[in-house]
Design a binder for this molecule. Structure first.
Ligand code: PLP
Length: 447
């Protein structure tokens, strides 16, 4: 080979996860949306952009800066260093996150057990990297599940075993069964990943009694629970929210994953993990899981941008560390949209028998979640990427095939609609177009 010859690599020589559907899914969905900029998107789970405010970002930064000097007593040069220099691996807003968890969720955590991460995505990666000790390790995850979790698991060579979700949010008999089957096969289930509040994509929530039963089962089976909670604040009724698993956790069984993408700003790329589990070494205790995660983080992103953390910190400080208080406008917009979407489906499919809380019967069905961003519509035909492409091109509406949230290739007859990034008017247009597509598919001659 001459020195001038270009270097070509093959994907077969790279990490096996590259090219895996779990990693290509998000790119594919973005590409479809870019190819059809005129299509109404009921696909994107992004927060509503009209609420973004560049001036507020400056204010948040100033608020956090003042907090460093006025509340924490840092000298000006110390405060400047904290904001602009390389920094503490576990982050600089950990104390505010701990306060937020106490105020909004009734969770008591030692700030030292919080690791501030580059989005929740990094938190998932760090946790899975730490838990995957060897080839016998597997992760259980309630299916359908968030594709970012599956992708992160692939990157650390951790197989994901699906656990049935069902109407309760997690089928405990199936969870127990999967644990036993994995162990009988000589494998070690390290944890079960789930979203107890308005899950992505199912929209299903777990009620308080079932959360308690889940914790009991996890204790019985000695299983960690990875609780991911990006949507919990966006409940659509005024009743009390069920406590998080972490709030109910009395034995450090729950690793809690947090994201500020939906409650503050996705562009800040700040999330966190609460990992208060004690870790022992051959010569005794070596600290907490948070310490171990920080060690991994120091070799991945070194530390989360302190400037981005400061923006989040400032927003927290401006609302007494309550994201509930900071998100009243967002919550009411998402609630209004969710109701509008469900009413719109009911109007457009009036001949269908009563909708069910779970879309598990023939005909066109949809879920009616009590909050969050997502509604799942089930139809009597397969919903795949080719149909999405046609929907975008010929009908001008985007949605997400539910097949993207299952870790196998079985056909899926359902799609996910998101209400977060659209107006009620856009929902109307999108639903008109979707109804046309569904009607055409239902009346299309077989073969
Ligand atoms: C369930 C779930 N977890 C995690 C994330 C990622 O959060 P972040 O943007 O903080 O990385 C998302 C984003 O959509 C999500 O839906």
């Amino acid at each position: 080979m001459s020195a001038a010859e270009p270097v070509d690599l093959t994907v077969a020589d790279l990490h096996p996860a590259l090219g895996d559907p779990a990693l290509t899914s998000m790119n594919f969905l973005n590409e479809v949306s870019e190819r059809h900029p005129g299509a109404v998107s009921l696909a994107a789970g992004r927060p509503y952009e009209e609420f973004f405010d560049v001036a507020a970002v400056h204010r948040h930064l100033d608020t956090f800066h003042r907090h460093l000097v006025d509340d924490l007593g840092h000298r000006p040069e110390q405060a400047r260093r904290l904001l602009l220099q390389y920094g503490r691996t576990k982050g600089i807003v950990h104390h505010l996150i701990a306060r937020n968890l106490a105020v909004d969720e009734g969770i008591t955590v030692d700030p030292e057990d919080v690791v501030v991460t580059v989005g929740c995505q990094e938190a998932m990666f760090l946790v899975l990297r730490a838990l995957r000790a060897g080839p016998a390790d597997v992760l259980l995850a309630v299916a359908p599940t968030y594709v970012g979790l599956t992708g992160a698991a692939r990157l650390v060579d951790l197989p994901v075993w699906p656990v049935a979700g069902g109407p309760t949010g997690v089928d405990l008999a199936d969870l127990a069964d999967q644990v036993r089957r994995a162990r009988a096969a000589g494998l070690r289930p390290r944890a079960c990943y789930l979203m107890p509040d308005f899950a992505n994509p199912s929209g299903v929530s777990i009620d308080t009694a079932h959360r308690q039963r889940l914790l009991n089962l996890a204790a019985q089976e000695d299983l960690l629970l990875l609780e991911d909670n990006p949507y919990g604040l966006f409940h659509s009724d005024d009743g009390p929210r069920p406590p998080t698993l972490k709030a109910l956790d009395t034995s450090r069984r729950v690793v809690y994953l947090g994201s500020f993408a939906k409650t503050v700003l996705p562009g800040a790329r700040v999330g966190y993990v609460v990992a208060d589990q004690r870790v022992g070494g051959p010569a005794g205790p070596v600290g907490t899981l948070a310490d171990q995660l920080a060690m991994i983080k120091s070799m991945v992103t070194v530390n989360t941008s302190p400037i981005a953390q400061a923006v989040i910190g400032g927003r927290l400080l401006e609302h007494g560390c309550s994201l509930v208080a900071a998100n009243t406008r967002e919550r009411s917009a998402y609630t209004r949209n969710l109701r509008h979407l469900v009413a719109g489906l009911t109007r457009r499919f009036p001949d269908q028998p009563d909708r069910l809380a779970q879309a598990d019967q023939p005909g066109v069905r949809w879920t009616v979640p009590a909050g969050g961003f997502f509604v799942v519509v089930t139809v009597p035909f397969e919903v795949d990427d080719a149909l999405l492409d046609r929907s975008a091109r010929d009908y001008g509406v985007l949605w997400t095939p539910m097949a993207h949230f299952y870790d196998d290739t079985a056909p899926v007859c359902a799609l996910r609609l998101s209400v977060s990034a659209v107006t009620p008017e856009q929902i109307d247009v999108g639903l008109d177009r979707l109804a046309e597509l569904i009607t055409d598919e239902l009346t299309r001659p077989a073969g």
